[in-house]
Ligand binder design. Structure first.
Ligand code: MF3
Ligand code: CO
Ligand code: CO
Length: 260
């Protein structure tokens, strides 16, 4: 199947969805502190999304029970928020927001510090943040999908960290997860060229120990096999004539209709 190319009208809708996802993530982040329940973060994201005329994509997606993913410490991704799980001083927590606005998806996540965190927690989190930035720098028409993973893998390894292989970035638009698959490591096999008008996510999951992961019995929560720390950041990108545009960039919020 060919990778979808968005036209100008669709790009405008992707921009709006991306901006709303960014605003929702920023709003949730303002509530992160010790004692806050992940279920409360879910409620905030759910209500903020509906208040802006959008739908939280995770809710009922393949049976996922909540409106946002909250992944603490050794949880790699797809943590299920609940009303009994409190954030604790020293935790790192990834909040992953996906909004559907006017039929189009915006998908973004970030890892936050809960109070003061350990040197290891900072190392893996800052490595993941930089991995996303370095992956984004590779996005341009004519470039190859593998360039993204290569840049990410090199930085992760230089920081003494590993890259999760079981979950990848993904094409996004009317559909939440579609082609291309965007691995965060060097891979063999299909390696499409990026073209103007493609939209996809980059969302490296970076571990301080082994890259291997385990799926928990709830069929969603993914943990590192060695139960050491994992951090993740995610943006939705558009390939533009001269490079890329970050559709979920917080820096674009001031003055926009979602800046509240
Ligand atoms: N937002 C995740 C991603 O980046 C997917 C979450 S699927 C869910 O692709 F069902 F767990 F919400
Ligand atoms: Co995603
Ligand atoms: Co996401």
């Amino acid at each position: 199947m060919a990778i979808d190319i968005k036209g100008p009208a669709e790009i405008e809708r992707m921009r709006a969805a991306g901006l709303l996802a960014a605003a929702t993530l920023r709003m949730a982040s303002e509530h992160i502190k010790p004692g806050v329940m992940t279920g409360f973060l879910n409620k905030l994201v759910h209500e903020h999304t509906l208040d802006h005329g959008a739908i939280p994509a995770p809710l009922n997606y393949n049976g996922f029970p909540k409106s946002v993913c909250t992944s603490i410490n050794d949880v790699v991704c797809h943590g299920i928020p609940n009303d009994k799980e409190a954030l604790r001083e020293g935790d790192i927590v990834n909040v992953d927001v996906t909004s559907i606005l006017d039929g189009y998806h915006g998908d973004t996540s970030a890892t936050f510090y809960v109070g003061e965190v350990s040197a290891d927690a900072r190392r893996v989190t800052e490595a993941a943040r930089r991995c996303l930035d370095l992956g984004i720098e590779q996005v341009r028409p004519g470039g190859r999908i593998r360039d993204i993973g290569a840049a990410i893998e090199d930085h992760a390894h230089a920081q003494g960290c590993s890259v999760v292989r079981d979950y990848c970035g993904h094409g996004i638009g009317r559909i939440f997860h579609t082609e291309p698959q965007v691995p965060h490591y060097r891979f063999a096999g299909r390696n499409p060229r990026m073209r103007e008008g493609m939209t996809f996510t980059i969302e490296p999951m970076i571990n301080i120990g082994t890259w291997k992961v385990d799926l928990m019995s709830d069929d969603w929560t993914v943990r590192t096999r060695d139960r050491m720390l994992s951090a993740q950041f995610e943006h939705t990108l558009l390939v533009t004539p001269d490079g890329h545009e970050i559709l979920t960039d917080w820096a674009k919020l001031p003055g926009s209709k979602y800046d509240s």
